[in-house]
Design a protein around this ligand. Structure first.
Ligand code: AHM
Ligand code: MG
Length: 333
């Protein structure tokens, strides 16, 4: 009989549990539930073209954007999974103005805080372009057995205990890090399991891709304009001109650049003077993964992971990717 050996996400996280001193299995259970929610969301994303769940749900989310139905479904699915895990005491989500907490004793006893963008890039849903879930995990600061407080959620990114994303693309992948390298798992739909496919991902120190919504060029800071001009310049020695690649879906743009080498930029613009992307559940997890893979993430002056958050839905400029490219950009800024 012919078969093939796979390492599933569940197996992998159980094996890795021993990496954490005094590991009790709580974190392992939390990640397991995240994997289950990702599979359920994947099923819905795949079916989106078939059933009538496409289109706008009619509500406006806290950022003033129209929420798509799948955003709401994904949000609900992850919140349920986190509640069921009993290891999470509170959730911050792009789709909810306030933090989510539960009243039962088990949840209040949970040690972890979960921050997420349940379905990022949702404007791409209707046109069959890859979208993603981004997440970030912290240990709570407030005592166990109590309701979490805002302070638990406003921790700088350097305190993340784990971060990751799920990309719903031509294949579905879950990529995560607990601070000991970055690992990628590809969903095998025939067995319904995420299987280890990318061991210890490292990103090239140099790349040849720049990713930015260049339509906003006239509104960019001077340094960013000059850097874009540099990317387009002709110089064999540095491999320029670079290629421009922009999907408009952060997870997909970051994932491609992570594997191939490149820089992603979301600078301040006239309509978004502080940048568009949210620090707590978009920039921090992406920055954590970038650094774990050997890359770099900055807001232009500060390391993203060292920014002290001031509010749940705060936005910051984001420059992330291959180390030498981000450093070069900072020279221009
Ligand atoms: P969303 O959270 O409302 O989906 O917006 C975030 C998305 C990112 O995925 C992407 O990088 C960015 O918005 C694209 O913005 P723009 O259309 O301004 O280029
Ligand atoms: Mg988003």
């Amino acid at each position: 009989m012919q078969g093939y050996t796979v390492k599933t996400l569940t197996q992998f996280i159980i094996e890795r549990q021993a990496d954490f001193p005094y590991a009790t299995g709580e974190f392992t259970r939390l990640l397991y539930h995240v994997g289950v929610a990702a599979k359920l969301v994947n099923k819905k994303v795949n079916k989106a073209g078939l059933v009538d769940i496409l289109g706008e749900a009619g509500n406006i989310n806290i950022q003033g954007e129209e929420q798509k139905k799948l955003d709401l479904l994904a949000n609900w699915q992850f919140v349920q999974a986190l509640k069921n895990s009993r290891e999470c005491c509170g959730v911050a989500s792009e789709e909810d103005q306030e933090i989510i907490t539960w009243d039962d004793d088990l949840s209040r006893d949970g040690n972890y805080i979960f921050c997420m963008d349940p379905l990022d890039g949702s404007s791409n849903i209707d046109v069959n372009v890859s979208i993603g879930t981004i997440f970030s995990v912290y240990r709570r600061l407030s005592p166990r057995g109590t309701k979490p407080t805002m302070e638990d959620f406003l921790q700088p990114g350097n305190r993340q205990v784990a971060a990751g994303y799920v990309i719903y693309g031509s294949s579905t992948m879950l990529v995560y890090s607990t601070g000991r390298g970055v690992y990628g798992f590809t969903l095998d739909p025939s067995i319904g399991e995420f299987c280890l496919s990318h061991l210890n991902i490292t990103t090239p120190a140099d790349g040849k891709i720049y990713s930015i919504n260049e339509g906003n060029y006239s509104h960019f800071p001077e340094g960013v304009k000059k850097y874009i001009d540099y990317c387009k310049g002709d110089d064999k020695a540095t491999g320029r001109p670079y290629s421009a690649r922009y999907i408009g879906s952060l997870v997909s743009d970051f994932h491609r650049n992570l594997l191939k080498g490149g820089i992603f930029l979301y600078p301040p613009t006239a309509s978004a003077p502080k940048g568009k992307l949210r620090l707590i559940y978009e920039c921090n997890p992406i920055a954590f993964l970038a650094e774990q893979a050997g890359g770099m993430a900055s807001d232009g002056t500060r390391r993203i992971l060292d920014i002290q958050p001031e509010s749940l839905h705060q936005r910051v400029p984001l420059y992330v990717g291959s180390k030498n490219m981000v450093e070069k950009l900072i020279e221009f800024l």
